[in-house]
Design a protein around this ligand. Structure first.
Ligand SMILES: C[S@@+](CC[C@H](N)C(=O)[O-])C[C@H]1O[C@@H](n2cnc3c(N)ncnc32)[C@H](O)[C@@H]1O
Length: 304
């Protein structure tokens, strides 16, 4: 077994080591890791109104009828409604795309929390406790070949229940592009790195597709488990664009693989029934999580 000591090249607060068996694996990982960073958004893909800086403490002040750009005004109103009427925001099942098609993501909302952190407009210091996810990775991690599911990530030190681990970094892409990536991955039977989040905001659904194919962080190597030890929560910092954060849902010991549920709470029976009726000619990806509670297949977002 060989080791690379920090595939983030010092960009994260803690090292991310990688172990590999043979040189081919390392070459593949080098290609994939050369752009591993903490947070990166493809801002040209985000409408300018969404990149406006909005402060948790002053949001109400900035919603003034004098704002010239109506799109900015709308975005600010929307942000204010997040802060002051958080009941209006529900997160639907986030779905992590897998190469094969599965079933509708619509179902009961997952028990996710929506978190609003202090941002660039706040006067607090970078060490403010309400800036937790902005400080990057909170623990050293190790990327390793799982043998059956490609790369995986395991804890190096104990991670305590509730601890923030890191966010899912990547490019924010349009749904059309996510659809194209999904089609190509399905055709070529490739691994997938697009995280699709759907939120209900008042009476509409907001989709956020985070693509870590080219740009991303260590979270792109988190595998799915039907009995996961991490749970996601949605965080908003400077923008309406959500940040997906991974938190330990129990104490995790050194050496344990870090996994989350790619599809939230939907039941496999529902997936299979839908498959039979709607997707007769599409194969689901077999789940190899190894849990006694394994539901057999990886989830997928049929709305793509
Ligand atoms: C975001 S990647 C996870 C990291 C991936 N293992 C790698 O080598 O880069 C998602 C892909 O990993 C594989 N995968 C993740 N969890 C799996 C599981 N429980 N069973 C089978 N394959 C899994 C699937 O190919 C999926 O498309």
């Amino acid at each position: 077994m060989n080791i690379v000591h920090d595939i983030s090249n010092g960009q994260e607060p803690y090292p991310i080591s990688l172990v590999y068996d043979n040189i081919d694996e390392l070459e593949e990982s080098k290609r994939e890791h050369q752009k591993v960073i903490s947070r990166w958004y493809h801002t040209s893909d985000i409408p300018s109104c969404q990149t406006e800086r909005l402060c948790l403490h002053t949001t109400m002040d900035v919603i003034a009828p004098t704002i010239a750009n109506p799109r900015i005004a709308d975005a600010k109103r929307l942000m204010a409604s997040f802060f002051y009427d958080s009941q209006s925001l529900r997160t639907l099942n986030p779905i992590f795309l897998s190469p094969s098609r599965s079933l509708p993501a619509h179902s009961a909302p997952t028990p996710l929390q929506n978190i609003y952190e202090c941002n660039q407009s706040c006067t607090c210091s970078p060490s403010c406790p309400n800036r937790l996810t902005q400080r990057g990775l909170t623990t050293p991690l190790n990327v390793f070949p799982t043998g059956t599911r490609g790369w995986g990530v395991r804890a190096v030190e104990k991670i305590v229940k509730g601890q923030f681990v890191c966010e899912y970094a990547g490019e924010i892409i349009h749904t059309e592009k996510a659809r194209t990536i999904w089609k190509t991955n399905t055709k070529d039977n490739k691994r997938n790195y697009v995280f699709c989040l759907r939120e209900i905001i008042h009476d509409r659904i907001q989709r956020t597709n985070i693509d870590a194919t080219t740009f991303g962080n260590v979270a792109r190597y988190f595998n799915h488990s039907c009995e996961p030890n991490m749970q996601i929560h949605i965080i908003r910092v400077d923008s309406i664009v959500p940040v997906v954060g991974f938190f330990a849902n129990r104490d995790i010991l050194p050496g344990e693989e870090l996994c989350f549920d790619y599809g939230g709470v939907r039941d496999i029976q529902e997936r299979m029934k839908e498959k039979e009726t709607k997707n007769k000619n599409v194969a689901l990806t077999k789940c190899l999580c190894g849990s006694e509670k394994c539901k057999g297949f990886l989830p997928f977002d049929e709305s793509l």
